[in-house]
Design a protein around this ligand. Sequence first.
Ligand code: AHR
Length: 672
Amino acid sequence: MTARNLLFCSALVLASWGQAQENVITVNAKKAGAEIQPTMYGIFFEDINFAADGGLYAELLKNCSFEFPDHFAGWDISGKVTLRDDGPFERNPHYVRLAPSGHRDKHTMLENHGFFGIGVKSGEEYRFSVWARVPDGGSAKLWIDLVENATMEEDQKLGNVGLDISGKEWKKYTAIVKPRRTFPKAHLRVWGDGKVTTDLEHVSLFPVKTYKGHENGMRLDVAQALEDLHPGVFRFPGGCIVEGTDLETRYQWKNSVGPVENRPLNENRWHYTFTHRYFPDYFQSYGLGFFEYFQLAEEIGAEPLPVLNVGMACQYQNGDNAHAPATKEGLQQFIDDCIDLIDFANADPATNSWGKLRADMGHPAPFNLKFLAIGNEQWEKPFFDRLAIIAPEVRKAHPEIKLIGTSGPNAEDDHFRNGWAAMRELKADLVDEHFYRDVQWYKKSMNRYSDRAFYTKDGPRVFAGEWACHDRGKKYNHAGASIYEAAFMTNIERNADLVHMATYAPLFAHVEGWQWRPDLIWYDNLSTARTASYYVQQLYMLNRGTNVLPTVISLNGGSPAANPVPEGQDGVFASAVLDKDKNEIIVKVINTLEKASTSRIDITGLKLKTNVPAAADVVSLDCSNYDAENMPGKAEVVSPKSSTTSITAQKGTLSLSPTIPAKTFQVFKVKL
Ligand code: AHR
């Protein structure tokens, strides 16, 4: 071989070797495929990890109505404070009496600790409210102090305000307190001038600035994090709390509506379920109730998806005991709960008492409820028998509502398969699947919804209702695990004809009050952190598109396939959508490898006009720092970054040639 030939051959080998290193992603834009449901990517809320009281719900005081089993839980008392039980709210009868101390220099007072303290911000206003009376007549002065107990300053007060109470009748009083400093762990002190006896009930403190300004509202930064996701569906209120450890302590939506002062306290099973994360003062005040859930869903632009009990307490905790009888009579209350809830959400206030209650609470227009899930993590005959009684009754009353069943807590076992078979038979519209799994499971499950022998189009659609990828053992929000969530979601997206909803879980966690992790959004008393998983979800929600575009990948010169990555391995994953409304093609590419991937994205089948786009917008989420975690009060270490990449055009094809860095999720947007 001559030196010239040798050079030529080496060049060829190098060229083909170079080519073989390139992954080619081909998107066929000729024909828009399956519609992507507006509900496709959403959120799942459960009151776990102090998600409601002490979290999303902006009430800053704990045990406002003195109804905790320890009636003074959350309160310090001094002087002559007594508990009484003939108060103005029949379902919360307890209140406190502050009597004169009997001495000028002794004081009667109450002090609330909030949830891990009370977070207050300098310059913000806080609305104190209380139901009060002077039982002997006349008037009394109350002092409301926000205090920093352990300060070295002369005065503990961060802010204070006075309040005049008068008359023997119970009345609601309000006053605004403005702290002069930001402090995460304030306490609220209420004390009298010590001259006359004063009765107090439902003592409350809210920031004036809540999400959308509602008085019984949501914490602004926490709710804003939800709005910024742009979720399509909002599942609530659980989770296991829907089931309860026993039926008496299940979530009962009817107790969560009407005046907030009269909503009875419920136990929260996350108070005691994990003894290594035990929170004896964790209860459900129901201050965040079904009216507030529906209102929030509307305000963040998501379809509400309530989950109601199917007549069964938690099967994990009870086996097949502790359930309501599997007869129409035995389940009547559960049937009524479903039908009445649909009426509460949608019925005309003029003709329906539940619709009237909704209107009285401030929302005469319907909430347009379309979906209802019955049962959370239930399995086998006890569940199937009960759903078979409840579902037809609900359908008879409300055929317009789509009903969601469940395949139980696991995503691959016999209960799961039997659950799906039963849901097919019962003609559920969707089936709720749960999979909290580690990285290895996700690597093996990247084709889950492409299994068309199991997921068939003549059956219910899929609702991946609770899922998250976590590192084995330690369950921190590792950025390195979130990259597998992004990769897994390409399979959800490619199978949008079958998968109609997917909601990561759990949604929230308080840094001082969590029982379960990883979680999507973390907070302390003053700030919120959006995790890498949050940004994965957000990138899908912001780039949902309207229709799937068929996409194949050729890895390293191999044959093109929707997902050519061998089961259990790392690689490059992709999916693409058309957004008909924005006239945009969006390609999502995830590189789970430890090294960068040289890629080419060919968008074929286009009718290119003369004015072809010269560049695509790119958003990148770099998850290569495996242990990186965004946490409240610390600098954000993982976040999406924007850039552009150039486009070349040739014969109906637009080509992009990005290098996808190791462990990175990239979204490419091409405006047509
Ligand atoms: O999200 C935490 C729990 O996980 C939910 O309550 C339950 O549905 C699942 O087991």
